[in-house]
Design a protein around this ligand. Structure first.
Ligand code: NAD
Length: 235
């Protein structure tokens, strides 16, 4: 095995599950008789903006009552102490990685605590509701703000930086993700093509389990701190 300098970590909803934030599957897939996928698209927003804004207002409010868990804290420790390259790419739209202290972090699917003005293109921190159609603080346009969330069918953020990091990764670690949502589900293959070792830490085998050199199954709050301690011990 080659020396490990550059690490890319992909996280998904499973890393926040033990903080009390439902994963996609745990959410039951249904919200007020709508499939979650059906409220997370630009078409749904155009068709019924109140429904979509209410869905996201509830989630924005809920995540502010949650706390980072041992897995978020362990990844923040690795970020602080790993002297080589490191990038945490999260599919999560909660802010628990950064509240735990992670710095080298990309939110590829956006953030619950941001709003995006569709008139002036400004993105801004946002903790309150959007359902009441507040004016954009930047340009003043009424009713122009939407959640800064990458919906199904939209392009995830900062993909060039992510693919650059995958291209020079020595180790790729996927944590708490089902491997069902692309392009994130394809990162393991990008990393393998670059010669990286690949590890999966998940409650159960993911849909892409086949692509990993090694898999450990169990709760993130147990698996992630143990893996981080081992990485820092050997560094
Ligand atoms: P997912 O719900 O499809 O899969 C979650 C995975 O985590 C499953 O494989 C499950 O077995 C595993 N898991 C559940 N509890 C775990 C635990 N305690 N420890 C370790 N693993 C655990 O989620 P996904 O793969 O992230 O993809 C779904 C999409 O939903 C993403 O685009 C994401 O943006 C979005 N989402 C985000 C949040 C959040 O921000 N916290 C929550 C739900 C969904």
């Amino acid at each position: 095995m080659r020396d490990i300098q550059n690490i890319v970590i992909l996280t998904g909803a499973g890393v926040s599950a033990e903080s009390g934030i439902d994963t996609f599957r745990d959410a039951g897939g249904l919200w007020e008789q709508h499939r979650v996928e059906d409220v997370a698209t630009p078409e749904a927003f155009a068709r019924d903006p109140d429904l979509v804004l209410r869905f996201y207002d509830m989630r924005r409010e809920a995540i502010q009552t949650k706390e980072p868990n041992a897995a978020h804290r362990a990844l923040a420790k690795l970020d602080a102490e790993w002297s080589g390259g490191l990038l945490i790419v999260t599919q999560n739209v909660d802010d628990l990685h950064e509240r735990a202290g992670a710095k080298r972090l990309i939110h590829m699917h956006g953030e619950h605590l941001n709003a995006w003005c569709t008139v002036c293109d400004m993105r801004m921190p946002w903790i309150g509701p959007l359902l009441d159609r507040p004016a954009c603080p930047g340009c003043g346009a009424p009713g122009s703000l939407r959640p800064d969330i990458v919906w199904f069918g939209e392009m995830p953020y900062r993909m060039d930086e992510i693919y650059d990091a995958l291209g020079s990764a020595d180790l790729f670690v996927s944590i708490g993700t089902s491997g069902a949502v692309y392009p994130a589900a394809g990162f393991v293959r990008e990393a393998r093509a670059a010669g990286a070792r690949t590890i999966e830490l998940n409650m159960e085998p993911s849909q892409g389990s086949y692509w990993f050199d090694e898999a450990r199954h169990g709760p993130a709050t147990r698996l992630v701190p143990a893996w981080v301690d081992a990485m820092l011990d050997q560094a």
